[in-house]
Design a protein. Structure first.
Length: 203
């Protein structure tokens, strides 16, 4: 997901890139000092496979001609812990979900999910709609929206102590760029969002 936070911290735009999107993948640096070869008409998810998050970022920049300031990578366990630290998340699904691969079964309707269930929803692909990656992206974006609503409803961003605890629960499973590689930096970002939510911030 590519996320843009506006300058006033009053809104955000999220664009998901399907993993099977065909792209021209640029050459990317490796920790060894070598570089990956460029590739034409490669699937987008191969950028991460061959060069990690730095190559995924470089590929997005090449596709969009937009500079990516930061990246945050959360592993499965960290995502589940984050949801649990928030007290779960409430999501409404429009269709029944029955997916053996993600081990999630939910009837259509509103559900309060714990971390394991939320992770199953984020990974669900074959158990709903047409089984495409676009269907999964729709669920993932709905889940992110619900998480943001949960954060707002619990005033997490206006409570630095609780924000710190939630950030601490997740950072053990986070990989970020060097500008966001400390708990203090992540907490400061969250507090800036909360501060602007409490006042009339202009871009």
């Amino acid at each position: 997901m590519v996320v843009h936070l506006d300058a006033g911290r009053t809104g955000a735009t999220v664009v998901s890139i399907p993993r099977d999107t065909l792209v021209d993948r640029p050459s990317c640096p490796l920790p060894s000092g070598k570089r990956t070869p460029p590739a034409r008409n490669a699937m987008f998810n191969t950028a991460y496979a061959v060069g990690g998050p730095a190559c995924a970022v470089k590929t997005v920049e090449s596709m969009t001609n937009v500079r990516m300031d930061h990246y945050v990578e959360v592993d499965f366990a960290g995502f589940a812990r984050l949801v649990d630290a928030l007290g779960g998340v409430t999501v409404t699904t429009e269709r029944d979900i029955d997916d053996d691969k993600s081990r999630l079964r939910l009837p259509a309707g509103t559900h309060h999910l714990d971390g394991t269930e939320a992770l199953g929803l984020a990974r669900t692909r074959y158990g709903t709609a047409d089984g495409s990656d676009l269907a999964r992206i729709e669920l993932q974006q709905k889940l992110v929206e619900a998480l943001l609503a949960q954060i707002s409803a619990t005033d997490l961003l206006t409570d630095p102590a609780r924000l710190y605890r939630v950030a601490e629960a997740a950072t053990g499973s986070l990989t970020t760029d060097t500008a966001l590689d400390s708990l203090g930096e992540l907490t400061s970002l969250g507090e800036s969002l909360g501060a602007c939510r409490r006042r009339a911030c202009a871009p």
